[in-house]
Design a protein around this ligand. Structure first.
Ligand code: MSP
Length: 511
């Protein structure tokens, strides 16, 4: 297997101020699916997640819990680290912004901005939302009863007046627009790109990048009074984890800027405006792509602790199975848009796509081979036009499949695969191999071989979404998943006739 390209895929680092919920799980699984797909396609991948532990929001949450900020972060960061195991994420690293390696990188970046003349001392007077850790202009604020709230997130804002260091964001407006223009794929989907461009065209104000009214954060180099703005701190994690700060920065040299940041739409401005501006100022190439997904909605609202409408990922996983939840989220939520999820839809999706379609295909073919072919891979003879049609409808589409995932068109990818499973079921119904046992064993064997090959290919394509279940199916086929890759899907004759199959287990239960 030859290595093709390098990819650095990241999730946002999570605020450990709340228990992980379905929105967090969704964000992580999306990134994991792309990381697994790129590895399946023989690319070298570095996949990062972690926790964003500084700032007033965390300081307040720790206080409320009667803990020091670091004890509080140690506890909650662990629940996010545990979640990576529960969700079977294939991350290569888990970064915490309270680590020394990160502290060093933030200082290094700050000093680069300073050296470039983009940092100056002044006074901030304006609105701040602790919940979003974001500054807002007057025209971004609404009245709600006695409170002022941010239009965009509806979170409470407060008036802040304090000495602050600023980043000369206004000076980067034209160069950002030029960068977006030269890098058409930088912000995806297109609707988000347009949103960002019109925001930047509307005029950029200099950005306050330090606070003096609290302590919990990374101090400005040689200035203990100022804590670095938590978003400047947090975004830098993408560099810290690949050792940008070290003399030996081979990971950085290998993976940067071939980077895909998967983020939610609520944090687009930080990633698509502030982050490339900081990087350009520091003389570092911005990442290749920022892909912004929508929100997971429960009813019509964003799922969040403050709204009390949380569907617990761990409860659902215990009840329905991890791969079932991963499949449902990736299939049902159109990537880039908001998606409503519910128990009823989850059950419908598991039953129709997994139990009745793909699971049924596996179950009936494997049981039939078990009872009529001594549980060995049957030997195919001549392939008919029907056989070739089914086989080729996958093999001739490999480039299309690869392109779908390069463009983060995950829903079409899953649809293609599950539609193929539907075709394979139809093929079996039409071919009726069970009628041939006494009359034409060669033909029966060929049909079963074609069906088993289809099961192998579907399992490989679905492996980024459902790693455990597809691995179990490939194990039943006596195939070592590690030796399979995307290219093996375009080979129709991988299964070895006469080879034993392993014991059959039920993969997808009906609910
Ligand atoms: N700490 C920042 C990210 C810093 S990245 C340098 C943050 N953390 S978060 O915990 O609030 O959110 C993490 C991710 O989860 C974000 O991408 C956010 O969009 C996503 N989600 C949080 N709730 C969500 C939903 N209800 N639905 C989908 N994703 C949402 O932001």
């Amino acid at each position: 297997m030859k290595n093709k390209n390098k990819f650095y895929i990241t999730t946002p680092i999570y605020y450990p101020s709340a228990k992980p919920h379905m929105g967090h799980a969704y964000s992580s699984i999306v990134a994991d699916v792309f990381a697994r797909f790129k590895r399946l396609d023989n690319n070298e991948v570095f996949f990062l997640t972690g926790t964003d532990e500084h700032g007033l929001k965390i300081e307040n949450a720790a206080k409320k819990n009667n803990q020091s900020p670091i004890d509080f972060c140690n506890d909650i960061s662990k629940t996010f680290r545990d979640l990576t195991k529960i969700l079977n994420l294939s991350n290569d690293d888990f970064i915490r912004t309270t680590e020394t390696r990160h502290h060093k990188t933030v200082h290094l970046l700050w000093n680069k901005l300073l050296k470039n003349g983009d940092i100056f001392l002044s006074k901030y007077k304006g609105w701040y939302s602790v919940s979003d850790e974001a500054y807002y202009q007057d025209d971004e604020i609404l009245n709600e009863g006695k409170n002022k709230i941010a239009k965009i997130s509806r979170s409470k804002v407060e008036w802040v007046e304090e000495e602050s260091f600023f980043f000369k964001l206004s000076a980067w407006q034209d160069r950002l627009l030029e960068f977006y223009n030269n890098n058409k794929d930088f912000i995806m989907p297109i609707s988000r790109r347009n949103e960002v461009i019109s925001f930047v065209k509307g005029g950029l104000k200099d950005l306050s990048v330090s606070r003096t009214s609290f302590n919990w954060g990374i101090k400005v180099p040689n200035n203990n009074k100022h804590v670095i703005y938590v978003w400047l701190d947090a975004l830098t994690n993408y560099l810290s984890a690949i050792n940008f700060q070290n003399k030996d920065n081979s990971l950085y040299r290998k993976f940067w800027p071939e980077s895909l940041h998967i983020i939610g739409k609520d944090i687009l401005r930080f990633h698509a405006v502030y982050w490339p501006a900081f990087l350009l100022s520091a003389g570092i190439h911005p990442p290749k792509k920022i892909f912004s997904h929508g929100w997971i909605l429960s009813g019509d609202e964003k799922m969040s602790k403050s709204k009390g409408n949380i569907l617990e990922p761990i409860d659902l996983i215990n009840e329905f199975g991890l791969d079932q939840i991963r499949y449902y989220l990736m299939k049902e939520v159109s990537l880039g848009n908001d998606g409503k999820i519910s128990r009823e839809n989850l059950i419908l999706c598991i039953n129709s796509d997994l139990a009745n379609n793909f699971g049924n295909l596996c179950q009936r073919i494997l049981s039939f081979v078990n009872s009529k072919c001594e549980n060995k891979i049957p030997t195919p003879k001549e392939f008919t036009s029907e056989d070739n049609e089914l086989l080729n409808s996958m093999t001739s589409n490999i480039e299309k499949i690869r392109k779908l995932m390069t463009n983060q068109n995950l829903n079409e990818y899953i649809k293609f695969t599950i539609d193929y499973s539907f075709l394979a079921n139809k093929y079996i119904n039409d071919m009726e191999p069970w009628k041939l046992f006494k009359t034409d064993k060669d033909r029966m064997n060929t049909i079963l071989y074609v069906a088993l090959e289809s099961i192998r290919k579907i399992s490989i394509l679905l492996s980024p979404v459902m790693p455990n279940s597809t691995n179990n199916i490939l194990t039943m086929l006596n195939i070592d998943f590690k030796k399979q890759d995307l290219d093996s899907v375009s080979n129709n004759l991988i299964l070895k006739p006469g080879q034993d199959l392993n014991k059959i287990k039920i993969i997808f239960k009906k609910f």
